[in-house]
Design a protein around this ligand. Structure first.
Ligand SMILES: Cc1cc2nc3c(=O)[nH]c(=O)nc-3n(C[C@H](O)[C@H](O)[C@H](O)COP(=O)(O)O)c2cc1C
Ligand code: SF4
Length: 570
């Protein structure tokens, strides 16, 4: 069993507080760095550790630190907390559970490169994360770990939190800098890289939260200790986020190079119902699919590249035999089309065209030339866009076409989604890539014929309505899901709400396990299910008398009555 390094404090009560951090070895690395190292020595230490960035690209951190100019000019550090790649929820855990670890790593990094001003750029929806960052930074100032003359070393560092507005592209480092400068978050042309020309034109070191969390451990234990974890060129521990069709969704910290099968079966508990795995997304929505025969691949940068995919953010989404791969592609395309910043035509228009074709195929309106059209759109986008989002959009679509062409043909020939024509279409329509809803459906034998689809995105409501209606369901839709659901939560705090998105992935799992223990005693007034896009909710209120409702208690209730009540609530 691997002893966690980055998450070792995460399970302690009040792990986010400075008291717990200090009582468990916190800020000793900063003291050591300031006392025993000159900046160049720290850069060498990080280079020797072979730490690679955890934000997706795996760029060697020591090399990046070395690119920062040595001259005495104003330099900046940005802590990238914009985490938004579908399936990824590791930085959120680090920030919510152990923010001081990241502050300590960031302060050491700032000292090494001579930055005296640091920004924490955080995704706007991470409410708790923002709260934890702000409190932790204030406490670090109060204890002398931030501010002027830190620990009497003569080194000054100011750190502030900047909330983004929830655009995925603002996680891209140059778009993030644009946003920090008060402009619309659109990428800049690279080179020059931020290490040369970044915030306000000054050298800026940008790092992912998880990358920085590694730094104190390297300072305390040495480069050799760190490099001995993982593989030769992918060193150190990695936080893997596991979701989709597995029993235990969540975050697992393991050495890089751990076989994918070990993570899925030994840690995440395997696939519910002993179902066959059809595909795996190994590193977030932008990484090409792996197929079931690649399940033993070591999870490190080199092995995944050799397997035709990428480690990306280490976000593993497991898709079982019942998953419709066309729908997964559709949802993935929908995410990227929505997140395209619109700056360049191939991405702005191409992503919408890809999405329209995939939506058509999924609802039974596919044409024989659609596959060629998709290929040609991918050709037109790949390598022809201003930033990597274009390639990120294309990679999963291409790999889906390469591995699952038969499913596309099946949709086109049968003029419907074959998975919707089979048993249990409800859940697949709503949540093609994941387990909780479907699992729960199986656990509790819930079926429904009349469905209220609620989401705050009218487009999504419309598409879901079309898909469900084509499968023979009566659908009532409403496009104010976000607000409505919060109201339901507020007014009915005792409701069991299944929620498998990042925000409450562990709580969701807990609820699911509770229900599995005693299905007879369990009612599910609301099933909240999500797609792989983390802000992409499909909330289904099941209105069937097989689901027992009585003012959200335990007795059966007529569908129309339920609907009236749900409508009254939202
Ligand atoms: C579209 C896009 C979105 C990105 N989103 C994030 C993100 O949310 N968090 C992150 O750390 N890096 C993200 N990156 C990578 C950053 O541009 C940058 O490489 C990273 O923050 C550098 O940190 P690292 O060297 O520690 O990995 C994204 C890149 C692209 C192209
Ligand atoms: S590739 Fe997409 S996200 Fe990137 S600059 Fe072009 S339009 Fe914007």
């Amino acid at each position: 069993m691997f002893e966690p390094i980055l998450l070792k404090r995460a399970s302690l009560p009040r792990s986010e507080s400075i008291d717990v951090y200090l009582a468990n070895g916190g800020y000793r690395a900063l003291e050591k760095a300031l006392r025993e190292y000159r900046p160049d020595g720290l850069i060498e230490l990080i280079r020797d550790s072979k730490l690679r960035g955890r934000g997706g690209a795996g760029f060697p951190a020591g090399l990046k630190w070395g690119f920062m100019p040595k001259e005495d000019v104003q330099k900046y550090l940005c802590v990238n907390t914009d985490e938004g790649e579908p399936g990824t929820f590791k930085d959120r855990v680090l920030v919510e559970k152990d923010p001081h670890q990241v502050i300590e790593g960031a302060t050491i990094a700032a000292y090494a490169v001579g930055a005296t001003r640091a920004f924490v750029y955080i995704r706007g929806e991470f409410f708790l994360g923002v709260k934890r960052w702000v409190k932790a930074i204030a406490d670090a100032y109060a204890h002398g770990y931030l501010g002027e003359n830190i620990l009497d070393s003569g080194f000054d560092l100011d750190m502030t939190v900047h909330r983004g507005a929830g655009a995925y592209i603002c996680g891209e480092e140059t778009a993030m800098i644009e946003s920090l400068e008060g402009r619309r978050g659109e990428p800049r042309l690279k080179p020059p890289y931020p290490a040369q020309v970044g915030y306000l034109g000054q050298p800026t070191l940008v790092h992912n939260v998880e990358t920085l969390a590694n730094v104190p451990h390297i300072v305390l234990n040495g480069a050799d200790w760190y490099a001995a974890i993982g593989t030769q060129n992918s060193t150190g521990p990695k936080i893997f986020c596991v979701s989709g069709c597995v029993y235990r969704r969540g975050v697992y910290e393991l050495p890089l190079g751990t076989p994918l099968s070990t993570i899925i079966y030994d840690y995440a508990g395997g696939v519910p119902g002993d179902k066959r795995i059809k595909a795996i997304i190994p590193g977030g929505a932008s990484t090409p699919f792996l197929t079931a025969d690649q399940i033993d691949v070591p999870m490190d940068f080199e092995s995944l590249a050799a397997a035709g995919s990428a480690l990306g953010t280490g976000a593993i989404v497991v898709l079982d035999q019942d998953t419709c791969m066309v729908d997964v592609a559709r949802r993935t395309a929908r995410f990227f089309a929505h997140e395209s910043c619109g700056r360049c035509t191939p991405c702005r228009v191409g992503s919408q065209r890809i999405l329209a074709i995939l939506e058509g195929i999924e609802v039974g309106r596919g044409q024989p030339g659609d596959i060629e059209r998709l290929q040609s759109l991918c050709d037109g986008i790949q390598g022809h866009t201003f930033c990597p989002l274009g390639d990120a959009l294309v990679a999963p679509i291409r790999s889906s076409l390469a591995h699952f062409a038969d499913e596309y043909w099946d949709h086109i020939e049968r003029r419907a989604c074959p998975f919707l024509l089979e048993e249990a279409p409800l859940i697949r329509a709503a949540y093609p890539v994941g387990g909780t809803a479907r699992e729960t459906k199986e656990d509790l034998a819930v079926t429904a014929r009349k469905i209220l689809v609620v989401d705050d995105d009218p487009d999504f409501v419309e598409v879901t309505r079309i898909v469900l209606e084509s499968a023979g369901y009566e659908v009532i839709s409403s496009a104010d899901g976000g607000e409505g659901l919060s109201k339901v939560r507020q007014e009915k705090p005792d409701l069991v709400i299944l929620d498998v998105i990042m925000r409450t992935v562990l709580d969701g799992l807990h609820v699911s396990q509770e229900m599995a223990k005693d299905p007879e005693q369990c009612t599910i007034p609301i099933l909240m299910v999500t797609s792989i896009a983390n802000r992409d909710y499909a909330t289904l209120f099941l209105t069937d008398d097989q689901v027992r409702f009585d003012d959200f208690a335990c007795k059966p209730i007529a569908p129309d009555d339920l609907l009236r009540r749900v409508k009254a609530l939202i």
